[in-house]
Design a protein around this ligand. Structure first.
Ligand code: AMP
Length: 113
């Protein structure tokens, strides 16, 4: 069973967020601990723990999240940005509700730590 997370509370309005975009499939808001001048999270309204749990029926939703992330990045004035999906604890995932990080506004290095 999928557990509720802090993002569930953001989606149902119990916890406030700095919203930047909302539609019937997803919500986007500023990360509370930004790692760059622009750091936005795009999350599906559907409770999916991580990319690992996404199913074939979620393909359109996954594409939607990526497209919305790109749209927001451009609206934020970014020309370059990084789209990150941490999947699993040792990959850095701390909130187990699928989310896409849109990070930009500074130079970045590769590989990530
Ligand atoms: P991850 O480590 O990939 O699971 O990313 C989770 C992100 O959620 C982190 O960057 C946190 O700073 C962010 N975060 C946690 N709680 C909140 C919150 N209440 N509002 C906004 N961002 C949050």
């Amino acid at each position: 069973m999928t557990k509720e997370t802090i993002f569930t509370s953001i989606l149902n309005g119990k916890i406030k967020c700095d919203e930047v975009y909302s539609d019937e499939l997803c919500l986007a808001f500023r990360d509370i601990q930004p790692q760059a001048p622009t750091h936005i999270l795009v999350i599906p309204r559907k409770n999916i723990s991580s990319l690992k749990e996404a199913e074939e029926k979620d393909i359109n939703l996954l594409g939607h999240l990526l497209f919305v992330g790109s749209k927001i990045a451009k609206e934020e004035g970014l020309e370059n940005w990084r789209t990150v999906i941490n999947t699993g604890e040792t990959a850095g995932q701390t909130v187990f509700h699928l989310h896409i990080h849109i990070i930009g506004g500074r130079d970045m290095t590769w590989p990530p730590g």
